[in-house]
Design a protein around this ligand. Structure first.
Ligand code: BES
Ligand code: ZN
Ligand code: ZN
Length: 476
């Protein structure tokens, strides 16, 4: 979808024009004229009251359709974004205009642009095209500012790119194909890319990644991305979990738990999409990403429970549960990112079912080893309109990772506090510098289409990472 700022006197013919109405039928700023054109009898007959998310289609003098969306009692960034997302899904014309960017709210244009781009997302790659379907091709933001629109488009498009990767079935996205697709997405941007193949991964002694990859006939990859603009004085290091399919390995997952495990590379997708967006926005911050990618499969050569792996640096690991594989590849990812000496390391992963259970489907959990880091994650998430909650790096549980055979085990064996145990494991490899670990096992995929969420891969975390980078960037 093309999104542009357009002047107030634009030609509306054949299009849909979207306006907003608060509860008790109070037209939103900018929507007064539109509202006045709607026949009160129609509003009455449709029981339209301006409740959040309510929609009303009406005739319009020049546009094909006037679409009013309810904004409820009062609106904030997230509710305006959700309202726009719901509205765009009911549009049946190729061209759409909206006055919702004039709602009296800081960043209303960003909320509207994100709502439209995220809400209208569909993954159709593997479906037979439906010729009768009308998709929105252009959205005009009446009275919007060109630059604000363009900046908002970048974050939303990056989120949809991550969604495409997450939604692609594992059969179509082997580690090598995913790595190449990441590099292809960065074409023309000032980002240096490297892809390490199996031989290089062996030469570099990434024992965690090799241990997880051992059960799959599909070779692992490591993607290293570097964006280093001249003016940058700070450096963000990103690491993303790229498990292209998680069977659990020999500690095999039950069928139901395996169903959606193509999602297990959502952290990798978020990191790759975020680096692209950082470069597109020309942010004055250096950013390096390390993305380890592999299947976690079963096979004769697979790592067995009780085997000991040697990650690049840090403790050796007794793998007592092969389904706790994300932390094994992240151990190498964290080890590698240190070579680039970033000022802050952020890793992101669909790491634990435990976090999903703790925070549910809409909230990402994060851990930080420093209160300034935790503040910057919370601020970034708030600016991105993503819900992240801080969890404790509770050292009291560290002892449960002690191993008899190796330096450390990859799981505690207890069903409780699993997300914390995973974070404590990663801490062993994260070093002493500023570090945050984002666990998006819950919100990495959405069960339903509601507001800006569309059933399937969510792209959750992309815009928070982008805001972390923006927070570190020198004014451009
Ligand atoms: N990929 C899963 C975590 C996950 C679960 C992501 C549900 C998204 C939705 C991870 O590799 C895993 O299997 N973790 C285990 C760890 C356990 C064995 C300690 C888990 O959470 O059950
Ligand atoms: Zn697993
Ligand atoms: Zn996993």
């Amino acid at each position: 979808m093309q999104v542009n700022a357009v002047p107030a006197d634009v030609d509306l013919e054949g299009s849909t024009i979207i306006g907003g109405v608060f509860a008790d039928l109070l037209p939103a700023p900018g929507s007064e004229e539109l509202f006045d054109q709607v026949d009160p009898a129609l509003i009455e007959a449709a029981s339209f009251e301006g409740k959040a998310g309510q929609l009303l289609m009406a005739p319009h003098a020049t546009a094909k359709t006037l679409l009013l969306v309810g904004l409820g009692e009062e609106t904030d960034f997230q509710s305006l974004r959700a309202a726009m997302a719901g509205a765009i899904r009911s549009v049946r014309t190729e061209s759409v205009f909206t006055v919702l960017g004039s709602v009296d709210l800081e960043e209303s244009v960003k909320a509207v642009v994100e709502g439209a781009i995220l809400g209208s997302y569909r993954f159709k790659e593997y479906q037979t095209p439906d010729e009768s379907e009308v998709t929105v091709a252009q959205l005009g933001i009446l009275g919007g500012d060109d630059e604000e629109v363009a900046i908002s488009v970048v974050g939303a498009d990056a989120t949809n790119l991550a969604r495409d990767w997450v939604n692609t079935p594992a059969i179509g996205q082997a580690p090598a194909a995913f790595a190449e697709s990441i590099v292809a997405s960065l074409q023309g941007l000032p980002v240096r890319e490297q892809i390490w193949d199996l031989t290089r991964i062996e030469e570099e002694s990434l024992g965690g990644l090799l241990g997880v990859a051992a059960g799959s006939p599909r070779e692992p990859r490591v993607v290293i991305l570097s964006y280093a603009p001249d003016g940058a004085t700070t450096h963000l290091g990103l690491v993303g979990k790229g498990i292209t399919f998680d069977t659990g390995g020999l500690t095999l997952k039950p069928g139901k738990a395996m169903e959606n495990m193509k999602t297990d590379m959502a952290g990798a997708a978020a990191v790759a999409a975020a680096i692209g967006a950082i470069a597109r926005l020309d942010l004055q911050v250096r950013a390096t990403a390390v993305i380890p990618i592999t299947d976690n499969a079963i096979g004769g050569a697979a790592t067995r429970p009780g085997d000991v792996l040697r990650p690049l640096s840090g403790p050796t690991v007794e793998v007592t549960n092969t389904d706790a594989e994300g932390r094994l590849i992240l151990a190498d990812g964290l080890g590698l990112i240190h070579h680039h000496e970033p000022d802050l390391i952020v890793d992101i992963a669909t790491l634990t079912g435990s976090m999903h259970i703790a925070l549910g489907p809409s909230i990402g959990g994060f851990f930080a080893n420093d209160s300034d880091v935790s503040d910057s994650i919370l601020q970034a998430a708030a600016r991105a309109g993503e819900d992240f909650w801080e969890m404790p790096l509770y050292e009291g549980y560290r002892k449960a990772l002690d191993s008899n055979t190796g330096d450390i085990k990859n799981v505690t064996g207890s069903p409780y506090g699993g997300a914390i145990a995973a974070a404590l494991f990663l801490k062993e490899y994260a070093g002493d510098g500023p570090w945050a670990h984002l666990d998006i096992a819950g919100p990495g995929r959405s069960k339903e289409t509601t507001g800006e969420w569309v059933k399937g891969g969510s792209g959750f975390g992309v815009r928070t990472l982008l805001e972390v980078a923006r927070g570190m960037a020198a004014p451009g």
